[in-house]
Ligand binder design. Structure first.
Ligand SMILES: Cc1cc2nc3c(=O)[nH]c(=O)nc-3n(C[C@H](O)[C@H](O)[C@H](O)COP(=O)(O)O)c2cc1C
Length: 376
């Protein structure tokens, strides 16, 4: 019997991927600083990482101004941002790549300095992020305690759904091949899912069915724009990131995943809990459950997993049928030609965490492809 490998083709929605080395969504905070529009430098970075038939999931992009929580993250809610993204998409398509955009609202993981009118950030309930060194970043880069967010009125929740719908339309105008809904990492949709951040008493709070309602309404709105086979969803069951963490994830995530499965999505995308929080620190939690192993039995579609994979562990996950494709984050930052390096067993360039967020070319577009240094 022939087992699939990282380099077997894979159908994702209408796209025929030529390999299964996916570029994970990676916030890099290098958009234009006032319009939050992607610029030529961003197009160069994504173009460097594009391969024929390779899937890139572009970094989390706020769908509306209240969804922002970081400096220089690209948005998808203005004409300038759509135009900027078009440059990125063109650079990826020029190399035969496939590119989805991750749609984002940070909810309470923000600070009033990012918010329109200096208002408090929005959330399902007025529950701040607390504990263990958890600090908010302000628009001028200071670290301060998180503020208590303001709870969204029921009518405003509808406005969030409409913002995601419009963002999905905008992503289509920019030429993307699909969209991914960001339901992970402690951001707004996860705040609604999890019981410690959602104390609501309306139809969006309480029972699991209610807490999952916003994720499903937003996913369905994106489907109305794109069709189900061009929409993916990202989840982090069992994770701890930005103050998230459900006491008993199995019933909640089983419900959400079964409901998503019925929609016939392009894919479901997990972050494995062992690497949750990878954007903030080098973490590798031991003895935590594997999301792909636990939930694969209830997911019939394409499953992508991410989190601390090497070429070898990725091959094993695919050969064993735990996942169909593997998304790589940190090592895709420092290896623009990652698929080729994994395929040929070439050594990997280590990444520099100091240049993950913000800045210009350094640590962004100046990582070499394999062989370049030797030739120089
Ligand atoms: C610099 C950085 C930025 C990230 N930004 C995002 C993001 O925008 N959206 C998201 O869902 N995950 C984000 N993550 C998580 C990654 O997509 C990925 O799941 C994580 O890094 C684990 O994969 P890895 O071990 O291959 O790096 C980020 C991680 C890093 C290191």
């Amino acid at each position: 019997m022939n087992f699939p490998s990282l380099f077997s083709p894979l159908r994702v929605g209408p796209y025929r991927l030529q390999h299964r080395v996916v570029m994970a969504p990676l916030t890099r905070m290098r958009a234009e600083r006032t319009s939050f529009a992607p610029r030529a430098l961003n197009a160069e970075y994504y173009g460097q990482r594009a391969t024929p038939g390779g899937l890139i999931i572009a970094e989390a992009s706020p769908v509306m101004a209240t969804g922002r929580g970081n400096p220089a993250t690209p948005g998808i809610y203005s004409d300038a941002q759509i135009t900027g993204w078009r440059g990125v998409v063109d650079a990826v398509h020029a190399k035969g790549g496939v590119i989805f955009l991750q749609l984002w609202h940070v909810g309470r993981v923000s600070h009033s300095s990012f918010q329109p009118g200096g208002l408090l950030p929005v959330a399902p309930s007025a529950v701040p992020i607390t504990g263990n060194g958890m600090m908010a970043m302000t628009a001028d880069g200071k670290m301060v305690p998180y503020e208590t967010p303001r709870a969204l009125e029921t009518a405003d929740v509808k406005g969030i759904v409409e913002a995601f719908r419009q963002a999905a339309i905008n992503a289509m105008k920019a030429g993307f091949d699909g969209v991914e809904i960001h339901g992970a990492n402690g951001y707004l949709l996860e705040q609604f899912l999890q019981s410690h951040t959602n104390l609501r008493t309306d139809q969006y709070g309480g029972a699991i069915e209610n807490r999952a309602r916003l994720l499903l309404e937003i996913t369905k709105a994106a489907i109305e724009v794109w069709g189900a086979n061009r929409v993916g969803v990202r989840l982090l069951p069992y994770g701890v990131a930005n103050g998230s963490g459900e006491a008993d994830p199995m019933p909640l995530y089983s419900h959400a995943i079964k409901a998503l499965d019925a929609l016939g999505l392009a894919y479901l995308h997990f972050i494995e809990p062992r690497s949750s929080g990878a954007g903030r620190a080098e973490v590798n939690h031991q003895n935590v459950p594997s999301a792909m192993v636990l939930f694969r039995p209830i997911w019939r579609g394409v499953l992508i997993s991410a989190g601390g994979f090497t070429g070898e562990t990725a091959e094993a996950a695919i050969a064993e049928g735990h996942a169909d494709a593997i998304a790589f984050g940190r090592i895709f930052i420092s290896n623009p030609d990652l698929p080729r390096r994994l395929q040929h067993g070439f050594p990997l360039t280590p990444y520099n965490r100091a240049t993950f967020y913000g800045g210009e070319e350094a640590g962004y577009t100046d990582y070499p492809v394999y062989g370049e240094l030797e030739r120089a």
